[in-house]
Design a protein around this ligand. Structure first.
Ligand SMILES: [Zn+2]
Length: 430
């Protein structure tokens, strides 16, 4: 049996680095050797289980690039990012993953591969030194990492997260996620509400419904009503804007039904312009690699069914729309961009006065296109104004620190923005 002992010990030696005294067993019986084997395997499995750390992205909106382990609790994690169909305009502004097996353990995660391109200008990166990722232990309550828990490597363009999770599993994301299920839950709450109707205006590239919500008092004739359109998630990563839309919908269906607002105004809402992207944890391009807030001047229906459907739905009401607002998230500045009209100025002023929206530049002048001289580069507001003279505005809301709040927006602040948005839009169109 000598060969058996030797073989077994040899295997253990190479796998676990056994002490020398185990290497040359002389008088051990087969049973003893077997017991030692069992003990060592069990011990190894237990200690392996204790230090086993797993990363997951297998849930709605989950996404992360390549993970490289550089220490026991230290990883480099690439942010996957997305490029368009011409392999340009890469943007890496979405990650959403969980780490399991890290309770009370200081961990370090370096977020890498952040550099990209914006409107064909290389060197852009949507994750910056001021980005404070959010963490959660239940995907429900979130907090931002503090300044002490985040550092920035300017040379390598990398964001480094160092913190100690309080639970065994922690979810980490660029900003608080908002998924299709969140929207479905919200709408299920109000499914019997007579002021809300929902219809599918078409199918996405991956054959999902694109919903349009109509919110108004159905008992009052539509003829005299003003019409406000809201749109969100043309870019999948911009989950903050979905919380704003949720705040708007809740306010409209909980409160505005009682104050007469919906006797006078119809709210048309496209809450998720890119459901495919939201589901897969995408950034800013549809399944064919097209930016859904470009291309409004050059729609290819087969490759951009989302824009096609939305444009048809909006164009049907073009001459009745009093205000159109598309909601977006950006890094470091709140702003509103659109045509130079009283309705836009009024909307901007009320947002400024009544909400956490902060800006000192007035309504930002709207260029004809995002890339002058190149077709297929008009945003929704640029094209709706150009083609139909719809008072269409882009509202950007930052994910970084808001001075008015002395911190980043969390769910209550995003929801409050939605209520303020409804009030500001209503005042603007009256
Ligand atoms: Zn956007």
């Amino acid at each position: 049996m000598a060969w058996g002992r030797e073989l077994g010990v040899k295997w253990f030696t190479s796998a676990f680095g056994l002490p020398t005294s185990y290497r040359k067993p002389r008088n051990f019986s087969f049973v003893k050797i077997l017991l030692i084997h069992i003990y060592l395997i069990t011990y190894s499995l237990i200690s392996f289980a204790q230090t086993q750390v797993s990363f997951y992205t297998d849930f709605e909106g989950g996404n992360l690039g390549e993970i490289t382990k550089v220490g026991e609790y230290h990883w480099r994690c690439a942010v996957a990012g997305e490029s368009d169909s011409d392999n340009r305009n890469r943007q890496a502004s979405w990650y959403y993953f969980s780490v399991e097996g890290v309770k009370n353990q200081p961990i370090a995660i370096e977020l890498t591969e952040l550099l990209g391109e914006y409107n064909y200008k290389p060197g852009a990166h949507a994750i910056t030194s001021e980005t404070r990722p959010v963490i959660s232990y239940n995907q429900d309550e979130w907090r931002h990492l503090t300044d002490e828990e985040v550092s920035w490597n300017d040379e390598a363009t990398e964001l480094i997260l160092t913190f100690t999770p309080q639970e065994n599993i922690v979810w980490i994301a660029h900003q608080i996620p908002y998924t299709t299920n969140d929207l479905n839950d919200l709408l299920a709450n109000y499914q019997d509400h007579s002021f809300l109707s929902k219809k599918s205006i078409g199918l996405t590239s991956e054959k999902k419904n694109i919903w349009q919500l109509t919110i108004t008092n159905p008992k009052v004739s539509t003829n005299q009503k003003k019409v406000v359109w809201l749109m969100a998630r043309q870019h999948a990563w911009e989950s903050g804007t979905s919380w704003v839309v949720e705040g708007a919908i809740r306010y409209l269906l909980d409160s505005a039904t009682k104050n007469g607002l919906l006797d006078e105004i119809i709210f048309q809402v496209i809450p998720m312009a890119d459901p495919d992207g939201v589901d897969r944890g995408g950034v800013r391009f549809n399944a064919f690699g097209h930016d859904l807030n470009r291309n409004w001047d050059l729609v290819i229906p087969e490759e951009m069914p989302e824009i096609q459907a939305q444009k048809v739905a909006i164009a049907e009401q073009a001459d009745q729309i009093d205000l159109f607002v598309t909601l977006h998230n950006t890094e470091r500045a709140d702003y509103i961009q659109g045509p130079d009209l009283p309705v836009g100025k009024q909307f901007y002023q009320t947002m400024l006065r009544q909400t956490s929206f902060e800006s000192d530049e007035g309504v930002r002048k709207m260029p004809e296109s995002t890339t002058i001289g190149k077709v297929g580069r008009m945003t929704v507001n640029q094209a709706l104004w150009d083609e139909y003279q719809i008072p269409a505005y882009l509202m950007e809301l930052k994910v970084e620190k808001v001075n008015k709040l002395n911190g980043q927006r969390l769910i209550p602040e995003w929801l409050a923005l939605g209520r303020g948005l409804v009030k500001s839009a209503s005042e603007a169109v009256k």
